[in-house]
Design a protein around this ligand. Structure first.
Ligand code: PGA
Length: 258
């Protein structure tokens, strides 16, 4: 089975040359080490404005490795008067294969609801872009023992009318909100409880023999990255650490090692 490593650059870096430099440094390392990367799929999610340039770099000759392009968001309508939004087709035309949907920063800062997330998921699937659906609880909710209830609620609402789709259309990312960008990752043993809950919850939802891919995200660093894979996660969603070339490469290296 392949392990997925998603790099969520968020609103970084601040210029196109810097974005290219970051991408190229990772790419050059990957190129040199392609032999050990057979079982790893890397998905780079830059801000919208860098997608085209990164897409071109991905298409260059001799770079047929498992590195793919993802977007950090999309809009649910196909076209029209939606100032500031980006359609699924626009992304598809740039070679985008994956899209992060429902990141907690968007839920919190931009008021994205589960209903909006549901529309985005439907639009992504229609355009044949694979969504990476983020779910997670706040610290308060965890403290009150509400984690499973919150996740169940997020999943049920955002997957409305979607469970008849083939299972492999969706990737789930468990991202406890309190762990994102705090340097305080969820302990692997606690994340494992959530993973088991999510496996149990998603299994009967979809009619398929393969299981939903589930990633962990939230202050992942090279010291603990592998621990989440060992306990059964299918991959990682990496924010801050994906902006530091050496650290990101360390994460890939560790995951790729058997
Ligand atoms: P972090 O971000 O790794 O910086 O915590 C993860 C994310 O927001 O996806």
């Amino acid at each position: 089975m392949e392990t997925i490593i998603v790099a969520n650059w968020k609103m970084n870096p601040q210029s196109l040359p810097k974005a290219k430099e970051l991408f190229n440094s990772v790419r050059n390392w990957i190129k040199k080490n392609s032999n050990i990367l057979q079982s790893v799929r890397i998905i780079i999610c830059p801000p919208f404005v860098y997608l085209e340039s990164i897409s071109k770099l991905l298409k260059t000759k001799n770079f047929r490795l498992k590195v793919e392009l993802g977007a950090q968001n999309l809009f649910w309508e196909e076209k029209g008067a939606f100032t500031g939004e980006i359609s699924p087709k626009m992304l598809k035309n740039l070679g985008v294969k994956y899209v992060i949907v429902g990141h907690s920063e968007r839920r919190k800062i931009l008021g994205e609801s589960d209903e909006m997330i549901n529309k985005k998921l439907k639009a992504a699937i229609k355009a044949k872009i694979k969504p990476i659906l983020c779910i997670g609880e706040t610290f308060e909710e965890r403290k009150r023992g509400k984690t499973f209830k919150v996740l169940k609620n997020q999943l049920t609402k955002s997957l409305t009318h979607l469970t008849t789709q083939p299972l492999n259309y969706l990737i789930l990312a468990y991202e406890p909100i309190w762990a994102i960008g705090t340097g305080n990752p969820c302990k692997p043993e606690d994340a494992k409880e959530v993973l088991l809950f999510l496996r149990k919850f998603t299994q009967p939802l979809f009619r398929s023999i393969t299981q939903t891919l589930i990633l962990y995200g939230g202050s992942v660093n090279s010291k603990i990255a592998k621990d989440y894979i060992k306990i059964g996660f299918d991959g990682l969603l990496v924010g801050g650490a994906s902006l530091k070339k050496t650290e990101f490469v360390e994460i890939i290296k560790d995951i790729a090692k058997d």
